[in-house]
Design a protein around this ligand. Sequence first.
Ligand code: HEM
Length: 140
Amino acid sequence: MIEWLKVCHIVSVISWMVGMFYLPRLMVYHSDKEPGSDASETFKVMERRLLKVIMTPAMMASWFFGLLLAWQNDFWLEGWFVSKLFLALLLGAQHGFCVIWVREFAADERKHKARFYRLANEIPTVLMIMIIILVEIQPF
Ligand code: HEM
Protein backbone atom coordinates (compact mmCIF):
# COMPACT_ATOMS: atom_id res chain seq x y z
CA MET A 1 0.00 0.00 0.00
CA ILE A 2 2.70 2.55 1.02
CA GLU A 3 4.67 1.72 -2.12
CA TRP A 4 1.65 2.56 -4.31
CA LEU A 5 1.16 5.83 -2.40
CA LYS A 6 4.80 6.67 -3.11
CA VAL A 7 4.33 5.85 -6.82
CA CYS A 8 1.35 8.20 -6.97
CA HIS A 9 3.25 10.86 -4.98
CA ILE A 10 6.34 10.77 -7.20
CA VAL A 11 4.26 10.82 -10.44
CA SER A 12 2.35 13.84 -9.05
CA VAL A 13 5.44 15.81 -8.01
CA ILE A 14 7.15 15.15 -11.36
CA SER A 15 4.04 16.48 -13.18
CA TRP A 16 3.91 19.49 -10.86
CA MET A 17 7.61 20.27 -11.38
CA VAL A 18 7.23 19.99 -15.18
CA GLY A 19 4.70 22.81 -15.03
CA MET A 20 6.68 24.83 -12.49
CA PHE A 21 9.71 24.73 -14.81
CA TYR A 22 7.87 25.21 -18.13
CA LEU A 23 5.35 27.98 -17.28
CA PRO A 24 7.90 30.72 -16.41
CA ARG A 25 9.81 29.69 -19.54
CA LEU A 26 6.68 30.35 -21.66
CA MET A 27 6.38 33.74 -19.97
CA VAL A 28 9.98 34.65 -20.85
CA TYR A 29 8.99 34.44 -24.55
CA HIS A 30 5.45 35.82 -24.04
CA SER A 31 6.72 38.96 -22.29
CA ASP A 32 8.06 40.51 -25.52
CA LYS A 33 5.07 39.64 -27.70
CA GLU A 34 2.72 42.51 -28.65
CA PRO A 35 -0.52 42.38 -26.63
CA GLY A 36 -3.35 41.17 -28.93
CA SER A 37 -0.93 39.59 -31.44
CA ASP A 38 -1.54 36.01 -32.65
CA ALA A 39 1.60 34.84 -30.83
CA SER A 40 0.44 36.45 -27.57
CA GLU A 41 -3.03 34.84 -27.88
CA THR A 42 -1.40 31.42 -28.46
CA PHE A 43 0.80 31.82 -25.37
CA LYS A 44 -2.29 32.71 -23.31
CA VAL A 45 -3.96 29.40 -24.27
CA MET A 46 -0.77 27.41 -23.52
CA GLU A 47 -0.28 29.08 -20.12
CA ARG A 48 -3.92 28.68 -19.07
CA ARG A 49 -4.07 24.98 -20.07
CA LEU A 50 -0.70 24.13 -18.49
CA LEU A 51 -1.83 25.72 -15.22
CA LYS A 52 -5.39 24.38 -15.11
CA VAL A 53 -4.98 20.92 -16.71
CA ILE A 54 -1.55 19.89 -15.36
CA MET A 55 -0.04 22.10 -12.64
CA THR A 56 -2.95 22.68 -10.25
CA PRO A 57 -4.27 19.06 -10.27
CA ALA A 58 -0.67 17.77 -9.90
CA MET A 59 0.00 20.11 -6.95
CA MET A 60 -3.15 18.94 -5.19
CA ALA A 61 -2.28 15.27 -5.83
CA SER A 62 1.30 15.86 -4.54
CA TRP A 63 -0.08 17.23 -1.26
CA PHE A 64 -2.77 14.54 -0.98
CA PHE A 65 -0.43 11.57 -1.45
CA GLY A 66 2.41 13.27 0.45
CA LEU A 67 0.25 13.90 3.53
CA LEU A 68 -1.17 10.37 3.30
CA LEU A 69 2.41 9.03 3.30
CA ALA A 70 3.28 11.19 6.31
CA TRP A 71 0.20 9.92 8.13
CA GLN A 72 0.90 6.27 7.27
CA ASN A 73 4.50 6.62 8.53
CA ASP A 74 3.77 9.08 11.34
CA PHE A 75 6.55 11.46 10.12
CA TRP A 76 4.89 14.57 11.61
CA LEU A 77 7.65 15.41 14.09
CA GLU A 78 10.63 14.32 11.96
CA GLY A 79 12.99 17.26 11.35
CA TRP A 80 13.53 16.43 7.66
CA PHE A 81 9.76 16.15 7.07
CA VAL A 82 8.92 19.48 8.78
CA SER A 83 11.66 21.18 6.70
CA LYS A 84 10.38 19.48 3.54
CA LEU A 85 6.85 20.67 4.33
CA PHE A 86 8.15 24.26 4.66
CA LEU A 87 9.92 24.04 1.27
CA ALA A 88 6.78 22.49 -0.31
CA LEU A 89 4.79 25.47 1.06
CA LEU A 90 7.30 27.81 -0.66
CA LEU A 91 6.69 25.86 -3.90
CA GLY A 92 2.97 26.34 -3.29
CA ALA A 93 3.57 30.10 -2.92
CA GLN A 94 5.47 30.13 -6.24
CA HIS A 95 2.50 28.27 -7.76
CA GLY A 96 0.27 31.06 -6.43
CA PHE A 97 2.44 33.67 -8.15
CA CYS A 98 2.16 31.65 -11.39
CA VAL A 99 -1.63 31.97 -11.13
CA ILE A 100 -1.25 35.78 -10.75
CA TRP A 101 1.18 36.00 -13.71
CA VAL A 102 -1.12 33.94 -15.97
CA ARG A 103 -3.97 36.33 -15.08
CA GLU A 104 -1.79 39.38 -15.86
CA PHE A 105 -0.91 38.01 -19.32
CA ALA A 106 -4.58 37.04 -19.90
CA ALA A 107 -5.43 40.72 -19.25
CA ASP A 108 -2.70 41.76 -21.76
CA GLU A 109 -0.66 43.36 -18.97
CA ARG A 110 3.15 43.39 -19.28
CA LYS A 111 4.10 43.87 -15.61
CA HIS A 112 7.55 42.23 -15.84
CA LYS A 113 10.44 41.87 -18.30
CA ALA A 114 11.77 38.51 -19.59
CA ARG A 115 14.62 38.62 -17.03
CA PHE A 116 12.09 38.54 -14.17
CA TYR A 117 10.56 35.25 -15.41
CA ARG A 118 14.05 33.80 -16.06
CA LEU A 119 14.91 34.39 -12.40
CA ALA A 120 11.51 33.06 -11.28
CA ASN A 121 12.31 29.92 -13.27
CA GLU A 122 15.29 29.16 -10.97
CA ILE A 123 13.30 29.11 -7.72
CA PRO A 124 11.50 25.72 -8.22
CA THR A 125 14.82 24.18 -9.36
CA VAL A 126 16.58 25.13 -6.12
CA LEU A 127 13.58 24.10 -3.98
CA MET A 128 13.27 20.73 -5.77
CA ILE A 129 16.95 19.90 -5.18
CA MET A 130 16.66 20.78 -1.48
CA ILE A 131 13.44 18.72 -1.13
CA ILE A 132 14.97 15.64 -2.77
CA ILE A 133 18.06 15.88 -0.50
CA LEU A 134 15.79 16.11 2.56
CA VAL A 135 13.59 13.14 1.61
CA GLU A 136 16.43 10.87 0.45
CA ILE A 137 19.12 11.71 3.03
CA GLN A 138 16.74 12.58 5.93
CA PRO A 139 19.73 14.40 7.60
CA PHE A 140 17.82 15.33 10.78
C1 HEM B 1 3.58 18.90 -1.34
C2 HEM B 1 3.87 18.44 -0.13
C3 HEM B 1 4.66 17.16 0.08
C4 HEM B 1 4.50 16.27 1.13
C5 HEM B 1 3.49 16.39 2.27
C6 HEM B 1 5.44 15.18 0.94
C7 HEM B 1 5.59 14.08 1.79
C8 HEM B 1 6.35 12.96 1.50
C9 HEM B 1 6.46 11.80 2.36
C10 HEM B 1 5.81 11.64 3.72
C11 HEM B 1 7.24 10.88 1.71
C12 HEM B 1 7.63 9.46 2.19
C13 HEM B 1 9.06 9.50 2.65
C14 HEM B 1 9.54 8.13 3.11
O1 HEM B 1 8.79 7.16 3.03
O2 HEM B 1 10.71 8.07 3.54
C15 HEM B 1 7.62 11.48 0.44
C16 HEM B 1 8.40 10.84 -0.49
C17 HEM B 1 8.95 11.50 -1.56
N1 HEM B 1 8.74 12.83 -1.91
FE1 HEM B 1 7.42 14.10 -1.08
N2 HEM B 1 6.17 15.41 -0.21
C18 HEM B 1 5.72 16.62 -0.76
C19 HEM B 1 6.21 17.24 -1.87
C20 HEM B 1 7.26 16.74 -2.62
C21 HEM B 1 7.91 17.47 -3.68
C22 HEM B 1 7.53 18.87 -4.14
C23 HEM B 1 8.89 16.64 -4.17
C24 HEM B 1 9.87 16.88 -5.29
C25 HEM B 1 10.07 18.02 -5.89
C26 HEM B 1 8.84 15.40 -3.42
C27 HEM B 1 9.63 14.30 -3.67
C28 HEM B 1 9.52 13.09 -3.01
C29 HEM B 1 10.25 11.87 -3.39
C30 HEM B 1 11.21 11.71 -4.57
C31 HEM B 1 9.87 10.87 -2.48
C32 HEM B 1 10.29 9.38 -2.49
C33 HEM B 1 11.40 9.19 -1.55
C34 HEM B 1 11.82 7.70 -1.55
O3 HEM B 1 11.03 6.82 -1.78
O4 HEM B 1 12.99 7.46 -1.31
N3 HEM B 1 7.84 15.49 -2.48
N4 HEM B 1 7.07 12.74 0.34
